[in-house]
Design a protein around this ligand. Structure first.
Ligand SMILES: [Zn+2]
Length: 209
C-alpha cells in the first residue's frame, strides 16, 4: 500500500505468546496487531470477534467470497459472518503463504494421532483466552492459520507442508472495528503445521504515531 509507512507506527503493547499457548486482547478500531514468527516455521491460529457482540466474528468462508481468493492479499480485508470488514491484511512481511481451510486443532484431532493424555490445542486456547476476556465460546470458528502452508493441488487434493517462514517474519493487521483478537501458537507436533517443533509467537499492538 503506497501511502502506508510501517515506520510511522508506535508500539503500544508487546504480548508474548509462548509455544503451545494462546493469548487474547482487545484491539481498538484503527489499531494494528503485528504477529511475529520469531524462530520461523510456526503457525498461528488467529480469531477475531466484534468486541460489542461476540456473535459476530471473523469468518473464513465469508472472507473467501469477499476477496475471491483462498486468502486475502495485502490491502484486502477479512470480513465477519455479517460480511463486513473486521481486519485488514495491511502488510505481509513473510512469504505470503497462509491457510484458511484447516480447522483448529482440538482434543479429537490429537486422539486421532494416538495421543492418549491431554494435549494443548488451539480450540481450548481460544476458549481459555476468550473466557479471560469475559466470554464463553462454544463454537470454534475456522481460524486464520497464519504462516500455515496447505497447498491446493489441481486434482483437488491438499498437501500439508511446513511453514515457509524465516525467523522474524511477520504480518500486520489493522482493525476496522473494536475487536477481541485471540492468537494461538499452534501446539501441533504431529504434522507439518509447526514443522514438528512448536515454538513461540509474538504479538505487538501498534498505533499510528
Ligand atoms: Zn493448533
Amino acid at each position: 500500500m503506497g501511502r502506508f509507512r510501517f515506520s510511522a507506527l508506535k508500539v503500544k503493547q508487546e504480548i508474548p505468546i509462548p509455544a503451545r499457548t494462546g493469548v487474547g486482547f482487545r484491539l481498538a478500531r484503527g489499531e494494528y496487531v503485528q504477529v511475529v514468527d520469531p524462530e520461523g516455521q510456526q503457525c498461528g491460529d488467529l480469531f477475531a470477534y466484534n468486541a460489542e457482540d461476540v456473535t459476530e466474528h471473523l469468518s473464513a468462508e465469508h472472507t473467501r467470497v469477499f476477496v475471491d481468493r483462498l486468502f486475502p492479499l495485502e490491502g484486502q480485508s477479512f470480513v465477519t459472518n455479517l460480511r463486513r470488514p473486521i481486519l485488514m491484511l495491511e502488510q505481509d512481511h513473510s512469504p505470503g503463504i497462509h491457510d484458511m481451510l484447516f480447522a483448529a486443532c482440538d482434543p479429537p484431532r490429537y486422539a486421532q494421532y494416538g495421543v492418549r493424555e491431554w494435549h494443548p490445542n488451539c480450540a481450548e486456547n481460544l476458549r481459555t483466552a476468550m473466557k479471560a476476556l469475559g466470554h464463553e465460546v462454544c463454537h470454534v470458528p475456522q481460524p486464520v492459520n497464519l504462516f500455515m502452508q496447505v497447498a491446493v493441488l489441481p486434482d483437488g487434493r491438499v498437501d500439508f507442508r511446513p511453514p515457509a517462514t524465516s525467523p522474524g517474519d511477520w504480518v500486520l493487521l489493522k482493525a476496522f472495528i473494536d475487536c477481541l483478537v485471540v492468537i494461538s501458537a499452534c501446539p501441533q507436533q504431529w504434522n507439518p503445521a509447526a514443522n514438528y517443533r512448536p515454538s513461540d509467537l509474538l504479538a505487538r499492538i501498534l498505533i499510528a504515531g
